[in-house]
Design a protein around this ligand. Sequence first.
Ligand code: G
Ligand code: G
Ligand code: MN
Ligand code: NA
Length: 249
Amino acid sequence: HTLETDIHQALKNDDIKLVYQPIVTFSENNCNGWEALARWQHPKRGLLMPDTFIPIIEQSSLMPEFGYWVFERVCQTIQQHHTSHSGQSFYISANLSVSQLKDRRFIDNISRLINQYAIKPGMLELEITESIAMYESKQAADILNQLKLMGIRIAIDDFGTGYSSFTQLKQLPIDKIKIDQSFIEDVPNNTEHTAMIKSIIAMARAIQLDVVAEGVETRSQYEFLQSLDCDFYQGFYFAKPSSQLRFKS
Ligand code: G
Ligand code: G
Ligand code: MN
Ligand code: NA
């Protein structure tokens, strides 16, 4: 694949960069976290979204290099923001791919970066998809436990699209679940999705997990989710991803 040969160079040239999308908490004017999302400004093909290039990275041998690059960038950004906003607590969350969970150097790399950039517990969160968490559950549990010991929070991404059981979830050291945006896009009109969201929130409460609603695009979605007592909200209604860690300023 020709994109594959471009990736190494793109990382060096800063053609691949991270953007940060605010995650809102108890009020729509309050944000203390951001999700890091990769973007590729390709010199010939224009702006590429991660759905087009992450699968190529994943199928090539470049995921360790890309994953390390993402974590180092995120740690740098945390360090800078912590220095310029001292005293304010915040976190950045980064997406993990399946091959990173299988990389034997992964834990060493993360712990090196955490020390190098003086990342404190709670400042870094990692997201793994529900399907990764379930299909690789033995290996995932082991790695997630080590991350937990380092003070890193874990969120289950795209929740509702996989087939995890209550029992499996309880066995993983996770802190949050992020309800997939496909369930959010047509609430409150879609009664099936509404029922699904209610049961996800009830289950999360039973095992003390926080709930994030993703892909919130309208005020009516937000108000409805608030009435269901969601903890965090993310989506274009509040803010699009931006190259700066900023929110309404
Ligand atoms: O930004 P966007 O919504 O287009 O992202 C699409 C998908 O790409 C999401 O599922 C997201 O988790 C994934 N993604 C974005 N950035 C990264 C990254 O840095 N690493 C990995 N592994 N996945 C990412
Ligand atoms: O799969 P993951 O949750 O990591 O990826 C989140 C993706 O959703 C990102 O690519 C981000 O750009 C996108 N996104 C974030 N907010 C919204 C939204 O309100 N609507 C839509 N359609 N996509 C969103
Ligand atoms: Mn995510
Ligand atoms: Na998601």
